[in-house]
Design a protein around this ligand. Structure first.
Ligand code: ADP
Length: 912
């Protein structure tokens, strides 16, 4: 009432003013129309809006030839404003054709007088009108137009607004993946603008959508981010929203306690800031939880509270929803009549406010209740009613659900033809609702299941009829036969039918189980797939970082220690130096183990195929561990059978790794006695051999119950193994994976306090005489070399220079601090080879290599060895692609460095 008085007052006031000035008159019509829109009095809004337009037309016509351009533009602008008001007024009174006319005219005017911001406003008005009528596909169309305009206007805030509104509509249409994209766009723009309110709200919305997509943890994370922003801004209402959403999320996760706590917290905050809409929503959530718990009294009490709050906020949609929920409470109590009464009440409200979604819900619920009351006619009628509204609204989700309800209802009454038709339509829509391929397969299965079930039932029905017919015939034919024979036959048939019926039940149960299993497997597969791809990505990222970040400083540390140890130092310093050396070596072992395992698990470990001498590998292992064994007073014995081929073809590095690991373990876990490494040939053909290696110790042994698990990740024999012996529990896992990668095997036998025997079997290729001869040592004479070292890290320069100067007689090392300098130096000096770091400032190693390869023929062929801290295959491939000849990983091994230098020099000589 207050508002109406206010309006009348305004009207009188504006009219008085308008006597003098046509401008204020127009303004007054426009304003009055606007005010009426605000109080939802659309008829009056239309009336006054029209007055304004008509007045403006008169004004423009009369002044067209008499006034200047600017004033004419001004008049047109006012007319467009009036028209744009009319768009809202007509649209909200459901006179869409008139609204559309006004929209077109206003649009034309704004285009003529070039008002890009007004064009944007007009589109959003039109979208809003459609949204209020729940015509979300239409509203999306206009929001997209508004977005295009906002992009033209380069108006970021409006763009964010549009993404947000588009996202909301997509959400309402059940198009969650699209909505997620929209809201991420919205978030990014707010981040760009550093708009905290926008960011916080975007997080809340994203959480809501993630919830819909069953990404609960991600949703909780987003809500936590939102809460931080709201708290920063002291925004109580925002915090309440977060609590509410957290409550809902926990509820879907089945954690009702946390859900209830969060919703209660939200309600408290909302009451505090008199936010009645929110309070209504919170109470309604709380009611829902109590309903789940079967506490009907509390549920309906909280719904009453919700209703009160919505009344205070004059939120009729809220009131309607509460009424529908009230019906739900009665439905749960199986008080079907009361549930129907509440639906009638809700229907009145929904009709008044033209809430189509509400009407769909109401008719669907009614359909379900009538089904429970065994009245399929009324049930079908209500479902159909709901379906027609859903179709009008083009709401795929609802169309799918309602078709499926109708299919089931028709099936229940034995009308298979209609059931099948509705089922088919529902499948089509289910497909469009969720485009997931697996989903499609499941729907297909569901269809097949329903079809099979129906067919089975029909067949059996037919059979039953046939059999009854037979009985009839038999009866006629045997009229004269004895009465008891007839009775006997009937009994037999009944028994047959009984077993048939049992068969039907059994088959349907089996089919249902099959369907449930398929559904379960599908959801498990989906979650697993998602989880797997996510963790795979994280793992790869982690690997790359780990490689780079740890290997580079480790290179400097190990290299410097080498230098220090070789220089003069006191004996007390020697102790510390060796301790540092030992620790850094241990650290490298752990780092390498983790990297190896990750590579193996990601399927990124690749095996070499080169010729090598297996016995040499064993000798090398013995050489390395000889002192360690001696230190502990253990004997290390190497037994190689004569039948071992001298040369085989395969991966020597990883064989070395496996044997070294097993033998180190053996020494580690053997307090006294001996360790024997045996090698045998287990199987031999023309081109293949299986080598068997045994590492036998007389150590502490492994308990029987742990024996099956020693090859599992992070498994150690005893809980105090780590304390006593150190280690990561990864070594054996890596050995096993490596053996498997070779198509070989590894096994263990052990007895406590007697000892353990690890057996490894690996197939290798055999070399035949025609194939290249094994080259024992790299024989190239690398004297007086001129080497360019391109490296920006001064510690690494010291280490590399030292390694080179100590191993290559007469070497001269020139240093370039970045790629650019390296290129200049290569251009103006003569070098035998370049050692090229990859990550350097100004110009990186790839670019520098490419630049060198483009120089004149003499320079372009200079051998280049990459020095990289990243040992991932992708990085190594990039090195070769850029034109490098070899690579060594940092921290580099001096022998590896020299071997590579020899290799590239030999190759470059052979090319000359
Ligand atoms: P770690 O880094 O702990 O040595 P491994 O994967 O190499 O990890 O070994 C796993 C566990 O298996 C060890 O912690 C130890 O308990 C047991 N183990 C391995 N080799 C032996 C052995 N030769 N004798 C006794 N126990 C062993």
């Amino acid at each position: 009432m207050k508002k109406v008085f206010l309006l009348l007052f305004c009207l009188a006031f504006f009219k008085m003013q308008a006597q003098e000035n046509i401008d204020s008159l127009i303004l007054s019509w426009n304003k009055i129309s606007d005010e009426f829109i605000k109080v939802n009095e659309m008829d009056s809004a239309c009336k006054y809006g029209n007055c304004a337009v008509e007045r403006m037309d008169l004004e423009i016509n009369s002044k067209k030839n008499r006034t200047n351009r600017e004033e004419l533009i001004n008049l047109k602008k006012k007319k467009a404003q009036a028209l744009s008001n009319l768009v809202t007024a007509y649209g909200n009174s459901d006179r869409m054709d008139l609204a559309m006319e006004c929209y077109q005219s206003a649009l034309q005017i704004y285009k003529d007088i070039n008002e890009p911001f007004e064009i944007f406003n007009l589109h959003t008005r039109m979208a809003r009108v459609n949204e209020l009528r729940s015509s979300y596909n239409e509203s999306l169309k206009y929001y997209h137009k508004a977005l295009d305009q906002a992009i033209i206007n380069n108006d970021k805030k409006s763009q964010a607004l549009c993404y947000n509104l588009i996202g909301i509509d997509n959400r309402l249409l059940g198009n969650y993946p699209e909505a997620l994209k929209n809201h991420f766009e919205d978030l990014h723009i707010h981040e760009e603008l550093n708009d905290k309110v926008g960011i916080a709200n975007a997080y809340v919305t994203l959480a809501a959508i993630l919830n819909k997509l069953n990404e609960r943890e991600a949703a909780i994370e987003k809500l936590a981010s939102a809460k931080v922003f709201f708290e920063e801004m002291n925004d109580t209402s925002g915090i309440a929203t977060v609590y509410n959403d957290l409550g809902s999320t926990y509820n879907t996760m089945g954690d009702t306690m946390s859900a209830l706590q969060n919703h209660l917290q939200a309600a408290k905050l909302r009451e505090l800031c008199r936010e009645y809409n929110g309070l209504g929503a919170s109470n309604s959530y709380i009611a829902k939880i109590y309903l789940q718990k079967g506490d009907y009294i509390k549920a309906s009490n909280y719904l009453k509270e919700a209703d009160k709050a919505f009344q205070k906020a004059s939120n009729r949609q809220g009131i309607m929803t509460t009424q529908i929920e009230m019906s739900g409470v009665y439905l749960d109590k199986y008080d079907l009549d009361s549930a129907l009464i509440w639906l009638d009440i809700a229907e009145n409200t929904a009709t008044e406010i033209m809430n189509y979604q509400g009407l769909i819900d109401i008719y669907s619920s009614r359909g379900e209740i009538w089904l429970l009351k065994n009245n399929s006619d009324l049930s079908i009628k209500n479902f159909k009613h709901a379906l027609s509204i859903a179709e009008q609204q083009n709401n795929h989700q609802q169309i799918y659900l309602l078709n499926s309800h109708l299919a089931n209802t028709y099936k229940d009454i034995g009308n298979y033809r209609d059931a099948f038709n509705y089922q088919n339509t529902s499948v089509q829509y289910k497909d469009s609702v969720n485009s997931n391929a697996n989903f499609k397969a499941v729907v297909q299965m569901e269809m097949e299941y329903n079809y099979k079930k129906e067919k089975l039932e029909n067949d059996l029905l037919q059979e039953k009829k046939d059999e009854l017919n037979k009985v009839e015939l038999a009866k006629q034919e045997t009229q004269k036969k004895l009465y008891f024979a007839g009775v006997l036959m009937f009994l037999m048939l009944s028994l047959g039918l009984l077993s048939r019926l049992r068969y039907i039940r059994k088959s349907s149960r089996a089919l249902i189980a099959q369907k449930d299993e398929a559904e379960r497997l599908r959801s498990v597969a989906e979650t697993e797939k998602l989880r797997a791809t996510q963790s795979e990505k994280v793992k790869e990222q982690f690997l790359a970082n780990m490689s780079h970040e740890i290997r580079t400083p480790m290179n400097a540390i190990t290299g410097m220690i080498d230098i220090l140890i070789r220089q003069d130092h006191s004996s007390s310093q020697a102790k510390y130096l060796h301790a540092i050396q030992q620790s850094s070596e241990n650290l490298l072992v752990i780092l390498n183990e983790i990297l190896d395992l990750s590579k193996l698990e990601a399927g990124k470990m690749e095996l070499e195929k080169i010729s090598f001498e297996p016995v040499k590998i064993l000798q090398n292992v013995e050489n390395i561990l000889h002192f360690k064994a001696e230190e502990k007073g253990l004997k290390l014995i190497l037994k190689t059978n004569k039948n071992i081929p001298q040369i085989v073809c395969g991966d020597p590095t990883h064989l070395h790794q496996i044997l070294l690991n097993l033998a180190s373990n053996a020494i580690k876990f053997t307090p006294k006695g001996r360790i024997t490494i045996e090698a045998n040939t287990n199987f031999i053909s023309d081109d293949k051999v299986v080598l068997q290696f045994k590492v036998i110790d007389t150590g502490i042994g492994i308990p029987k119950e742990k024996l099956d698990h020693v090859f599992d990740v992070f498994t150690q024999g005893d809980t105090d193994t780590t304390r006593k012996y150190g280690g990561t529990g990864l070594g054996l896992t890596i050995c096993k994976r490596l053996a498997e990668l070779h198509h070989g095997s590894i096994s263990v036998e052990s007895e406590i306090n007697i000892g353990s025997t690890f057996t490894v079997e690996i197939p290798y290729g055999l070399m035949n005489d025609k194939e290249e001869k094994f080259q024992e040592e790299i024989t190239k004479d690398a004297r007086d070399l001129n080497i360019l070292l391109a490296e920006d890290n001064e510690f690494n320069v010291i280490v590399a220079r030292d390694a080179l100067e100590n191993s290559l007689p007469g070497v001269r090392v020139d240093v370039a601090e970045n790629g650019e300098i390296a290129v200049v130096k290569v251009q103006s000096n003569r070098y035998d080879l370049v050692l090229m770091d990859i990550q350097m400032p100004e110009m990186d190693g790839y670019e520098a290599t490419r630049a060198i390869r483009l120089m004149g023929i003499e320079k372009a062929n200079i051998p280049i060895i990459a020095m990289t801290a990243n040992v991932m295959k992708a990085e190594v491939d990039r090195c070769f692609e850029a034109g490098m000849n070899a690579y060594i990983s940092k921290p580099f091994d001096r022998h590896e460095l020299l071997a590579n230098i020899n290799k590239v020099l030999e190759f470059s000589h052979s090319q000359k």
